[in-house]
Design a protein around this ligand. Structure first.
Ligand SMILES: NC(=O)c1ccc[n+]([C@@H]2O[C@H](COP(=O)([O-])OP(=O)(O)OC[C@H]3O[C@@H](n4cnc5c(N)ncnc54)[C@H](O)[C@@H]3O)[C@@H](O)[C@H]2O)c1
Ligand SMILES: [Zn+2]
Length: 376
């Protein structure tokens, strides 16, 4: 008999839903999903890598509960969030002759979650969907909060909807097949929640982070549940990103996005890796501005480094960051959609767990931080 899953509630009125976290949730997906699929018709959307590893188990579990669930498989990777791939997906979903009671099930990482969520929000003007996130990043970040999106040639995630799932099943067992780099990239977002507003959680991670990345099921469950609670709380306060509260989730992301843009999206630098470096830079900048102690910035760096994340642009494998044009990096930051009037918005910190949104930051402060990082 397996332990009962942990349950995190996302409080969004009539769109409220549960996130269940446990080690064998795919095997028990029938029992958990059935109440949300009254007509017993679902379509699973997944990618080819995840399909090879986990689709059979899901299909079997759904079938045992009387749920008929054919699958539509897209290629693994960010390119599946392209407009063209989205169009193909819609046609293939319609090939299955869905009706308004058909439920979409996203089985995969953030790519599948964003793509399937967007599809659910527009298929037949909106059908229900369930998230079964299979990367650590998706379990602690992208499956929570209801943002769906695809990419265009103008940039990532510029076309999408706010559309909440009916249920999220975070099966910690599937993380055993996840490549270590992908796992660590997800861990960066976990550490982020401690750094935003939960110092005790960051201290817990300092003590237990190795167990989380090492595969200890209890530690993993705890870290994922606390992360989902954090994100759920922030999202419940500011579902549509209008009150500025949700901006806190971008800690490390202004620097991180600039690094991703500079390196390119060819796999040298994963999003979570960029965020890890970005959080170190955000704390360095906070310390340089006299907002937090230098020892806080050292503590952030030491923990991320200890679990195996990159903490400096100089250590990105295959990238010669010393040759970078610092002004161009700051230009990447200026292009961020959160900025106004040419000034920058950063999430800075007065200490660990004391992050805040600072608008109107002069480019010079960011230039200095980047210069120091590249001269180290
Ligand atoms: N909606 C949001 O709020 C939100 C938040 C953060 C990120 N995102 C989006 O999420 C995406 C990134 O998500 P991601 O990091 O999960 O990437 P991903 O979905 O591309 O997954 C990474 C890789 O891991 C593979 N994989 C997934 N689960 C696996 C498993 N259990 N075992 C083995 N391999 C597995 C996938 O096939 C893929 O190759 C981006 O498109 C980003 O824009 C969205
Ligand atoms: Zn992120």
């Amino acid at each position: 008999m397996s332990a009962a899953p942990r349950r995190v509630k996302v409080a969004l009125g009539d769109r409220a839903y549960d996130i269940l976290i446990g080690s064998d949730l795919i095997a028990r997906a029938g029992e958990h999903c059935a109440p949300h699929i009254p007509k017993r018709r679902a379509i699973v959307v997944t990618d080819d890598a995840v399909a090879r590893l986990h689709l059979d188990a899901l299909t079997r579990a759904l079938k045992a509960a009387g749920i008929d669930a054919p699958a539509v498989v897209v290629p693994a990777g960010e390119a599946s969030k392209d407009f063209a791939e989205f169009g193909r997906l819609m046609e293939r979903l319609l090939d299955q002759r869905p009706d308004r009671d058909t439920v979409l099930i996203a089985l995969g990482g953030g790519v599948v979650g964003d793509l399937c969520g967007f599809a659910a929000s527009v298929l037949l003007r909106g059908v229900d969907f369930i998230q079964i996130p299979t990367t650590l990043l998706a379990q602690v970040d992208s499956s929570v909060g209801g943002k769906t999106a695809i990419n265009t040639r103008h940039g990532k995630n510029l076309v999408g909807t706010f559309y909440q799932p009916r249920l999220v099943l975070a099966d910690t067992g599937v993380l055993d097949t996840l490549p270590r780099r992908e796992l660590l990239a997800g861990y960066a977002e976990i550490a982020k929640y401690g750094l935003i507003d939960d110092e005790p959680f960051f201290a817990w991670l300092e003590a237990n982070g190795q167990a989380v990345v090492g595969g200890d099921a209890r530690a993993r469950g705890e870290a994922i549940a606390r992360s989902c609670l954090s994100k759920a709380r922030i999202v419940a306060e500011d579902e549509r990103e209008q009150a500025g509260v949700r901006d806190l989730l971008n800690l490390g992301h202004t620097f991180g996005h600039a690094l991703e843009k500079e390196v390119g999206f060819g796999g040298e630098l994963l999003h979570g890796e960029a965020v890890a470096i970005g959080m170190v830079l955000a704390f360095d900048m906070s310390a340089a501005l006299g907002l937090c102690l230098a020892s806080d910035a050292r503590r952030v760096r030491a923990h991320l480094e200890a679990v195996g994340l990159p903490v400096s642009p100089l250590t990105i494998p295959g990238v010669n960051a010393r040759g970078w044009d610092v002004a161009r990096l700051v230009d990447h930051m200026r292009a961020d959609k959160k900025n106004r009037d040419g000034k920058l918005t950063f999430i800075l910190a007065r200490g660990i767990g004391q992050s805040f949104v600072r608008r109107g930051v002069e480019g010079e402060a960011a230039l200095d931080t980047m210069r120091r990082a590249l001269a180290a």
